[in-house]
Design a protein around this ligand. Structure first.
Ligand SMILES: [Cu+2]
Length: 220
């Protein structure tokens, strides 16, 4: 009797686990086939690792850049920006904006963005401005990409399956060496021009937005 009950319990447990696996992967397939890619740029999945854009939006893979080049990029990103550290906001003016997003760099909390020296700032950009976005990955051990969506937080483990996509810079690998003294950083740029609204920038790599790698982007 005890033995039979144990067998039944094991069978039930295995069935539940199998069902969960089937539902999980089935759900992924369903979401993927449904698309979920909003107005824009990515056609289909496969943004992980291949490093190439499948669709419209223009992005280019930059070479790995040095720390000095990174500092120059950061300075370019601050041109035309009003940076308010206390409010954690960055307000851009003008019709051409350089947005430089550092993915989880050394010195900021793990799984966050550093933009214009702030951590996950709320960014305001004028409607109609052409925004040149540069993604740099100075992190060690993690790939990071840059995605803009109108889907608000909270984000799931797999944001690319659940948020609409208005702009995407596919994930870049970690820095070239663990040692900061010799490391170079991969970068990628693309342009976006968004209509008025409230957007969110996030990292599409599984788990990263869920752990806090996102911020607000207002187009006014
Ligand atoms: Cu990430």
């Amino acid at each position: 009797m005890m033995h039979n009950r144990r067998v039944v319990l094991i069978v039930v447990a295995v069935t539940v686990i199998l069902l969960a696996v089937v539902l999980f992967f089935g759900g992924m397939l369903f979401n993927r086939s449904r698309g979920g890619f909003g107005t824009g740029s990515m056609m289909g999945g496969g943004m992980m690792g291949s490093g190439s854009m499948m669709g419209g939006s223009t992005t280019s893979n930059g070479p790995a850049i040095s720390n000095d080049q990174l500092q120059q990029l950061v300075k370019q990103g601050e041109v035309g920006a009003t940076i308010n550290k206390a409010a954690n906001t960055v307000i851009y003016t003008g019709t051409n904006v350089n947005l430089v997003a550092l993915a989880s760099p050394h010195g900021v909390p793990n799984m966050t963005w550093e933009i214009d020296g702030l951590v996950n700032p709320t960014i305001t950009i004028p409607a109609g401005a052409m925004v040149n976005v540069t993604l740099v990955n100075p992190d060690w051990g993690y790939m990071h990409g840059f995605e803009v969506t109108t889907t608000p937080p909270p984000y799931s483990q797999m944001p690319m399956m659940s948020v609409n996509n208005d702009f995407m810079l596919p994930p870049l690998p970690q820095r070239t060496t663990q040692s900061l003294g010799t490391a170079q950083y991969y970068s990628r740029t693309g342009s976006m021009s968004l209509s008025t609204g409230t957007y969110y920038y996030l990292c599409p790599v599984p788990g990263h937005a869920q752990q806090g790698m996102f911020g607000v982007l207002k187009i006014l």
